[in-house]
Design a protein. Structure first.
Length: 647
């Protein structure tokens, strides 16, 4: 399909001037009124092996949800992120890698990226990896993590990156769920001066009896230390040493899966959200360019981890599709101390920094140390993502890190949405601290009340999205019914985000946080159900209820109420052991902050735990506990309040 002589411009990736607010409004209107024309024009920012014949064919009605973009089109994500830049820009830097230990960094050109990706793709092929096979990637923040993702994309294998902070148990569950054939990992990872045993975690996961699908594990040698390999394991460098530096890119249908990414919901085990090829890459690359006003030659640093969706879309796929220089940082911005962030910005002349409020608050906790010994003069744009940014953090980020001369771009989105949804466009949108401002092109947000009635004007309600956009997840791997139930059943014919939101009288959106049982701890998304099921798997615990409470640095902390098995002696050591249990069973990020033992939990007569009450108690907000008369035993609440933990 070719672009019509229509007024919608193809926003190409050499555009250097941000839109005016008037242009944004006009283009936004067109994107909603004529989505086919709008997204047809934007689809042409990619190289297609076969042109698409239809742009948008989508349905949001439960029982029949179907999301199909760019039907008939064939393309390859890896060649769009690499090969098409080679003829003129092979020597430009694709990735700047900054190691955990200061003073170590590496520049990888687009040509080198191409060669490394092809070598690994050929290595994977030699292990029998084919289009559609699942490959789990459990890696540190090293360029090889990006090579692994792109090598899978080159072959049409579906990658599933697991955040390197997850435990063996969580790895095994994910491997089983997606039936991974191959695991790619590393001997260790390094973060904040500490080394984490990635291979050992994978070994433990694979040793579980129910993990039978994995045929080979590839191990990247990060530490240069000899380590014995087990059966069906191979070093990355051995696998690739004789591999060719070219590898044909598999033509993929626009709707073929690109990756599966697990995320927590309010119930059950994490869900494997499936993102596909064409629409995802159009959306990733368009949002990356427009939101950050990315200009060729600039150094762009998204300080997320590739284990999360932010890392997928805004470290790897969006920037590389736009021929950006993307900085990958292995460590944490507070190591060796808070000055590190400014040193990285100065050393690599970073123009755009994109990070999370929790990192900003952690830096802010040390006064203005983060601003010492660096100039940060190259910085132009500061992004924020993952949780609401509180005004103190916003101003500190703006005044101290950005020296009051950068724009703060607060982007609201989710693993499910693939890319940013409500966000300012740098250079275009007038900002209000704490507001994600306005919808991106093609995004139709609305606020609804509990019954699904749309709320107009200045209002507060649950945030829904009324129509499809190209970047959205298509399904939950192996469970389309759960996908429909989770996102399309709360309200009819719309996507439910799980977030609450306010709209002010200027039309700005202000995300207020989750309205379901999903926690946001240091920008990491956790389901209360997952933590509860880990807790009750402990032999001394009869019942558990988990809620979030406001936490100065983490945004939300994890407050746990547990009832012991009768006859258990509750001691400090046991409490400590339980904390360790969750840490090991799930992940250090799920470690409870507060553990309160109790002999009973507030339940309705039908046996449902009233989390609303527990949430209030954890937040030290006893004044409005609401109606407790429906509880089976209202006195439980008094006992819990009496024994509450002080914070
Ligand atoms: O509650 C919202 C919060 O993070 C949730 C999505 O988490 P996850 O899927 O892990 O993706 C995070 C990175 C895209 C949302 O439902 N959230 C994300 N960004 C913001 C936010 N809350 C407020 N403001 C934001 N900018």
């Amino acid at each position: 399909m070719t672009s019509k002589s229509y007024s919608i411009p193809k926003i190409n990736h050499n555009q250097s001037n941000p839109l005016t607010m008037e242009q944004y409004k006009e283009l936004y209107k067109a994107s909603i009124e004529t989505p086919d024309e709008f997204w047809d024009a934007q689809g042409q920012r990619l190289d297609w092996m076969t042109p698409y014949t239809k742009v948008k064919q989508t349905r949001f009605n439960k029982g029949n949800v179907n999301i199909d973009w760019y039907a008939g089109g064939k393309l390859n994500v890896s060649s769009n992120c690499i090969d098409r830049h080679l003829s003129q820009h092979a020597d430009e830097t694709a990735i700047i890698w900054e190691a955990d230990s200061p003073g170590h960094s590496q520049h990888i050109s687009y040509q080198q990226l191409h060669d490394e990706v092809c070598k690994l793709a050929n290595g994977l092929k030699s292990l029998g990896v084919n289009k559609g096979d699942r490959v789990v990637i459990y890696m540190p923040m090293v360029p090889e993590a990006a090579y692994a993702m792109l090598a899978c994309a080159r072959l049409g294998a579906i990658h599933s990156v697991i955040f390197a902070g997850f435990s063996p148990h969580a790895i095994a569950d994910r491997i089983i769920d997606c039936e991974a054939k191959i695991v790619i990992t590393s001997d260790i990872s390094k973060r904040g001066g500490k080394s984490l045993p990635l291979k050992a975690n994978v070994d433990e996961a694979l040793a579980r009896d129910d993990v039978t699908c994995v045929e080979q594990t590839i191990i990247f040698n990060h530490d240069d230390v000899e380590m014995p390999l087990l059966d069906k394991q191979i070093w990355w460098h051995k696998l690739t040493e004789n591999c060719a530096v070219t590898c044909p890119a598999e033509p993929m249908d626009a709707e073929d899966p690109l990756f599966i990414l697990y995320t927590s919901g309010s119930t059950g085990q994490p869900k494997g959200l499936v993102h596909t090829t064409g629409g995802y890459l159009v959306y990733a690359s368009l949002t990356h360019q427009m939101i950050f006003d990315y200009k060729p030659g600039e150094v762009y640093w998204c300080a997320a981890d590739v284990g999360w969706v932010t890392g997928h879309t805004y470290i790897v796929y969006g920037p590389l599709a736009n021929r950006a220089t993307t900085l990958m940082f292995e460590g944490v911005p507070t190591y060796p101390d808070e000055r590190r962030i400014g040193q990285i910005i100065d050393n690599h002349k970073v123009n755009i920094l994109y990070t999370a409020p929790t990192a900003i608050r952690a830096l802010m906790a040390k006064g203005n140390l983060a601003a010492q010994d660096s100039h940060r003069d190259t910085l132009r744009i500061l992004g924020s993502v993952g949780e609401p940014i509180n005004p103190e953090a916003w101003h500190w980020y703006n005044d101290v890190v950005g020296k009051s001369k950068c724009e703060i771009i607060d982007t609201w989105w989710q693993t499910e949405t693939g890319g940013a949804m409500i966000t300012p466009l740098a250079g275009t949108t007038k900002l209000k601290p704490g507001s994600a401002t306005f919808p991106f092109f093609g995004i139709q947000p609305a606020l609804v009340d509990a019954e699904g009635n749309e709320l107009e004007g200045e209002n507060e309600g649950n945030l829904i999205i009324k129509d499809s956009w190209p970047g959205q997840a298509r399904t939950i791997y192996g469970d389309h019914k759960r996908f429909e139930e989770t996102y399309f059943s709360a309200y009819e014919n719309v996507y439910f985000t799980g977030d609450g939101c306010k709209r002010d009288n200027d039309g700005y959106y202000w995300i207020t946080g989750r309205v379901d049982d999903v926690l946001n701890v240091s920008g990491h998304r956790l389901g209360t159900a997952e933590i509860e099921s880990s807790l009750v798997a402990h032999e001394k615990i009869a019942e558990a209820a988990v809620v979030g409470y406001p936490h100065d640095i983490k945004g939300q902390g994890i407050y746990v109420y547990i009832t012991p098995i009768s006859g258990t002696e509750v001691t400090e050591d046991l409490t400590k052991a339980i904390r360790e249990w969750v840490r090991h069973d799930l992940s250090p990020i799920a470690t409870p902050d507060m553990i309160q033992w109790t002999n009973g939990l507030p339940k309705t007569r039908s046996g449902k735990i009233m989390r609303r009450i527990l949430r209030k108690i954890a937040a030290n907000d006893y004044a409005q506990l609401g109606d407790t008369s429906t509880l089976a035993d209202p006195s439980v609440v008094d006992t819990i309040i009496e024994n509450r933990l002080n914070r």
